[in-house]
Design a protein around this ligand. Structure first.
Ligand SMILES: NC(=O)c1ccc[n+]([C@@H]2O[C@H](COP(=O)([O-])OP(=O)(O)OC[C@H]3O[C@@H](n4cnc5c(N)ncnc54)[C@H](OP(=O)(O)O)[C@@H]3O)[C@@H](O)[C@H]2O)c1
Length: 353
């Protein structure tokens, strides 16, 4: 029998991009990645451009893939309101999984990426640590619609599903709405260029609240585990780096990395105050011989405002995934500094050493 065939749905996102890289390094699987854009990097994965909101196009594209064994669903469509997220995100999941399940008798598993917003962490203080068994918050939440549909659709079929619930995935991606590490890195580089200390731009309470993140590489590893371990079949798991931190303790370390004086808290709406820094960034790109990434593709400032505006604890319980067999962990402080170094080495942000 031929080898496994993974389809990474949303292969250019902060999650999908790292998963494509991880599967390419760690497995000999055939890898197909789906997104509307073409990749900006070399990969042994076959990228197929398709708009998954278009059912007919999705069916025509996916029907020839008759030997898919694993689906990793990490596509996402952002919308202005929570209610508006449901329709497009459920449609994309259905438009992918139904045609693949029909065309691929070898299908073994569908892994769905959700997040801590499953517990309402975006709404305000919530029960922490959040457990997978906690009751849902007041609808709407597109994760519920996706999970309910997937559970029902899988029922009685020979393949299984799993869901992972990470928070603030840290890695590299361009033009995506949720990438915390690049927000911090670009904000720090611009603050340094302007001769400012590295101030925390969020709310005072967010500076001291507990927070959690996950390295995109660790999440990719967890996704492969969830898609292949029998203990993970038809289960949902929180997954994080495994530690918790407060920004007030990390901020001075970040300042040191960027060769800056640590500043205190000065709350600014990043979406407003960073909007006019495109010309400055272009000048920095020339000055430091950076890659010509578009400023608006590098940092999603509204996401920074959201993360640094959470002045309540963000904390998930990760016992379940460990008890089921995935116990890998990452030191978050070391991860941030490593990623900043990687972004600088890749020419995305200046090197200040
Ligand atoms: N990022 C985080 O920190 C984080 C944290 C917790 C949970 N999550 C969850 O993880 C999931 C993935 O998030 P992400 O941050 O990785 O998303 P992302 O970076 O925005 O990536 C989304 C991917 O979906 C593709 N896509 C969007 N619309 C498409 C369409 N119509 N047809 C085909 N492909 C489409 C995008 O490529 P094209 O634009 O080229 O089509 C991209 O590859 C979401 O459910 C999100 O809520 C994310």
């Amino acid at each position: 029998m031929s080898k496994e065939h993974a389809v990474v749905v949303g292969g250019l996102g902060v999650i999908g991009r790292k998963l494509v890289d991880y599967l390419g390094r760690e497995t000999d699987w055939r890898i197909t990645a789906l997104s509307r854009r073409a990749p900006d990097f070399a990969s042994r994965a076959e990228f197929i451009a398709v708009d998954l909101l278009d059912r007919a196009r999705a069916e025509a594209t996916l029907a020839p893939l008759g030997d898919v064994t694993h689906v990793f669903y990490c596509a996402f469509q952002g919308r202005p309101s929570w209610a508006e997220h449901n329709q497009p995100n459920l449609a994309m999941l259905m438009n992918t999984v139904e045609p693949i399940a029909k065309a691929s008798p070898r299908l073994q598993h569908v892994n769905l990426v959700q997040g801590t917003k499953y517990y309402g962490c975006h709404l305000g203080p919530f029960k922490t640590p959040a457990k997978e068994s906690d009751p849902p918050h007041m609808l709407p939440n597109f994760y519920y619609d996706q999970e309910m549909w997937l559970r029902r659709f899988q029922h009685g079929k020979p393949w299984s599903w799993s869901a992972l619930r990470p928070h603030a995935v840290c890695g590299f991606a361009l033009g995506n709405p949720m990438n915390l590490t690049l927000v911090i890195a670009v904000y720090a580089a611009i603050s340094r260029e302007l001769g400012l200390p590295l101030r925390f731009p969020g709310k005072p309470g967010a500076f001291t609240a507990l927070y959690q993140v996950i390295d995109a590489e660790l999440l990719a590893k967890a996704m492969l585990w969830a898609a292949t371990a029998k203990e993970a079949r038809n289960e949902a798991f929180n997954v994080m780096n495994g530690d918790y931190f407060r920004w007030c303790h990390l901020w001075p370390k970040f300042a040191k990395f960027f060769g800056m004086t640590p500043g205190g808290v000065q709350t600014i709406p990043l979406a407003e105050f960073m909007a006019d820094k495109g010309p400055l960034w272009a000048a920095m790109q020339a000055k430091y011989a950076l890659k010509p990434y578009r400023y608006e593709d590098l940092a999603a400032w509204p996401f920074g405002d959201y993360v640094f505006g959470c002045d309540w604890d963000i904390m998930s319980d990760t016992q379940k995934i460990r008890r089921h067999g995935f116990a890998d962990c990452v030191d978050s402080e070391a991860m941030f500094l490593r990623l900043f170094g990687e972004f600088a080495a890749a020419g995305a942000i200046p090197r200040f050493d």
